[in-house]
Ligand binder design. Sequence first.
Ligand SMILES: [Zn+2]
Length: 171
Amino acid sequence: MTLRSHEPAGYDCPFCRMQSGLFDEHNQPSDVVAVAPHAYARIAPKWWPGNPGAVLVVSRAHHENLYTLPPEMGHAVWDLVQEVAVAIRATYPCEGVSIRQHNEPAGDQDVWHLHVHVFPRSVDDRLYERHREATWVALEERVPYADLLAGHLKRPRTFDGAATADRPCGR
Ligand SMILES: [Zn+2]
């Protein structure tokens, strides 16, 4: 097996942009729900129809996928995934939580910076049958979910407020 990068040359990484204070309609400061030294959590900019308020947990440093993620980053991402899962279950009107993590185009990866999806689940939401139905979500729909999770997690919501040993890619 040969591992190769799929990230285009000069890739303008949205998850690194946020950490650098560069925002757009799909990536706003209010989307950030928790910042830890090696990982952060944000409301996903796209939701599947039956899973509103889904979250992405992202490594602070830029690594394309799971294959080359340094273990300490992977552990930090996993720890924050667990915190977010508990917060979702505690604050959303859902009945369960699922996670997914995609690598390479064949694995449905479409942002070239490692992230884990954390989905609120409800009976009969058909998450795995509706993979092509994710759509962009307006900011005003994202904000209430972000505030619920942030209120439970009680971590910094800005990158200035959480010390890190890492720097995002090339910025
Ligand atoms: Zn990045």
